[in-house]
Design a protein around this ligand. Structure first.
Ligand code: ADP
Length: 618
């Protein structure tokens, strides 16, 4: 499903639009929440500071009233009745007091005025052992008691003890003990606060006991709350998730803490609302962008889908299929390019088919040509065979009368026929003899060649002594040096085997042709015959110091009837068959002929033939 371009594009677009939206929403919500939290804590802080200032000023007012009574009115120097009246006036005017007591320095109550009850002289008692009196005497300064509950007052009270010095002696003569109603504190401070839903302000004493709260039950139960060290987000007094701020009020020896709480949910409700709004906006955006993207992607992908269908049709072999060239600029360019490519492909394919057809035709023609050539070759072979047969028959037929002519001319020249000739007749006879010898020579060469070409050359495999064979060549061909200024030098390698197996007549034909050429084309100097043996090969080397062979002629002088040039033919005679015979016999024996020559300096022919020694034969 996600393989399709449509699905991928849609998902990509949705992710791209949604991601920044989600990130921004989350950031705004987080930032808003932390700002609101801080703002709320700041507000709480203001509330507690305000409350603690009020609390401080409440007790400062009490201290002030009492010290005015002591110092301005000179309470201890007044008549007991006046003292009583002054205290009564204060008690009546200020509802914060529950009881006012003037105690002598020995701890005996002098006057005690309690709200709502009559205290007679008999009711006066000693306060000597009580902490409120004791600590005032000991510290000689104003003292606050912890908050405590008084059954008669049905209220929480705080006792303020003020030591009074005698103006003349400087000694503490009395202690004024005032019991202040805490409910009054609550009424004058906490109730006045304009607290909203989720907000709470209360006071905790230095033991952790809640001493003032809008809910009197919590106070009556003497709930203990362990205060955190600093302001922040904590579990509140009633167990809720709250933001809390605190401030302490030091009343001489008594430390009170004003605490303000606000439930976290209320404090950050605006942020939650914002988050909710952001979620709704995100979802709506997602829905809208999704729809838009699906619409846009469908429109963009449609032409591509069409082109891919056309491409599939072309792949299936329908080269006539064409893409749509309408639509957006890019799509129409793509369509045109695609169609151009398809047309080119079609043309190339047609061209290829044409080429294949031409190749097939050419192949057919080639096969026909091969057949024709094979037929022509067979015909040529047949012709060659017939030609060789004809030549050999004809030569044979010619040789017999030529032998007779040459023989009889010899007999006549040797005067064996009993006939005398004059000088002229003898000259003619000699010409007849030499020409018939040349003809015989030519016929013999012909016969050799045609025998080789017709495949009738049978090489003998008989034991031959190479040393003896070379001696015979030296004897037979040495005569050619006669009458010329030529040294004939024969060298035979000492490692030559005693016997080899081969065809002496064929080897002799090779040596004879090479040596007669060497003598023929050398007017002075030296002709060398060198025979040696190595690596199961016998090498017959004929070197001369004659006219040499030009480089271009080295390619064709081994062909039949070929000589270096016409001058050579006129000057030296010959048929042009000798080297052809040498090469053909050598090849028939599996050997090679090599020629090195320098014009005007001489030539060296080397024939290398594989040989079988006695041992190998055995
Ligand atoms: P022929 O000697 O009867 O002309 P060959 O086939 O033996 O025929 O030689 C072909 C030609 O090669 C010769 O006519 C000659 O021009 C050249 N040739 C052969 N051997 C030599 C040589 N030793 N020195 C110079 N030329 C040579």
């Amino acid at each position: 499903m996600f393989n399709s371009m449509r699905a991928r594009l849609t998902i990509m677009f949705v992710i791209l639009t949604l991601t920044p939206l989600v990130i921004v929403s989350v950031l705004i919500a987080r930032e808003g929440r932390s700002n609101l939290q801080q703002q709320s804590i700041d507000l709480q802080e203001q509330v507690v500071q305000q409350t603690s200032i009020s609390l401080e000023s409440f007790f400062a007012e009490r201290e002030n009233e009492l010290s005015v009574l002591i110092n301005v009115y000179g309470l201890t120097s007044l008549d007991p009745q006046v003292q009583r009246d002054a205290l009564l006036t204060l008690l009546t005017k200020q509802p914060a007091y529950y009881e006012l007591t003037l105690v002598n320095s020995n701890g005996q109550e002098a006057i005690r005025l309690t709200r709502g009850s009559v205290v007679t002289t008999n009711d006066l008692r000693s306060r000597k052992g009580e902490p409120s009196f004791q600590s005032a005497i000991e510290t000689a300064s104003i003292n606050y008691s912890p908050v405590y509950f008084n059954e008669d007052a049905r209220d929480r009270l705080i006792t303020i003890s003020i030591p009074i010095e005698d103006l003349f002696t400087g000694e503490i003569s009395h202690v004024l003990i005032a019991e202040v109603r805490f409910q009054n504190v609550e009424e004058s401070l906490l109730r006045k606060l304009d607290l909203t839903e989720g907000e709470d302000v209360y006071i905790v004493d230095n033991m952790g006991v809640v001493i003032a709260h809008r809910n009197p039950n919590l106070v009556l139960k003497q709930t203990i709350f362990r205060l955190p060290k600093s302001q922040g987000r904590y579990t509140g007094l009633t167990g809720g998730d709250v933001l809390m701020a605190m401030d302490t009020v030091q009343l001489e020896n008594l430390k009170l803490t004003v605490v303000a709480e606000k439930t976290f949910a209320t404090a950050t409700s605006l942020a939650s609302d914002l988050t909710q709004l952001a979620t709704i906006v995100t979802l709506v955006s997602l829905a809208i962008s999704g729809l838009v993207v699906i619409f846009v992607v469908s429109r963009s992908v449609k032409p591509i889908t069409k082109i891919s269908r056309v491409a599939q049709a072309i792949q299936a072999g329908d080269l006539s299929a064409r893409a749509d060239e309408q639509g957006s600029r890019e799509m129409s360019t793509l369509g045109r390019t695609f169609n151009g490519m398809t047309a080119q492909l079609q043309q190339t394919l047609l061209g290829l088919q044409d080429n294949v057809r031409k190749l097939e035709e050419a192949n057919e023609q080639r096969e026909k040509l091969i057949k024709d050539l094979q037929a022509a070759k067979r015909l040529a072979e047949e012709n060659s065979r017939l030609k060789s047969e004809f030549l050999s028959t004809m030569s044979h037929e010619l040789r017999t009368p030529m032998n007779a002519i040459e023989g009889f001319t010899g007999i006549m020249l040797k005067h064996m026929a009993g006939v005398e000739y004059n000088e002229k007749a003898e000259r003619y006879l000699k010409k007849v003899q030499s020409n018939s010898q040349r003809l015989l020579h030519l016929i013999n060469d012909f016969l050799d060649l045609s025998r080789i070409e017709s495949g009738r050359l049978e090489l003998a495999n008989l034991p031959v002594s190479p040393v003896e064979m070379v001696k015979r060549w030296e004897y037979e061909l040495g005569v050619l040096a006669e009458g010329k200024d030529i040294t004939f030098k024969v060298s035979v390698a000492p490692n030559l085997p005693e016997t080899i197996y081969g065809d002496e007549e064929a080897l002799t034909k090779i040596a004879r042709n090479l040596l007669s050429n060497a003598f023929k084309f050398t007017s002075e100097g030296q002709v060398t015959l060198n025979v040696e043996c190595h690596d199961h090969q016998m090498s017959i080397q004929v070197a001369d110091t004659g006219i040499g062979i030009p480089p271009h002629a080295r390619e064709y002088i081994f062909d039949e009837f070929r000589q270096v040039d016409q001058t050579s033919r006129r000057k030296y005679g010959g048929t042009g068959l000798g080297l052809a015979i040498v090469q053909k016999i050598t090849r028939a024996m599996g050997g090679t002929v090599n020629l090195e020559s320098e014009l005007g300096k001489g030539s060296t022919f080397t024939v290398a033939i594989p040989i079988q020694t006695e041992q190998a034969q055995a």
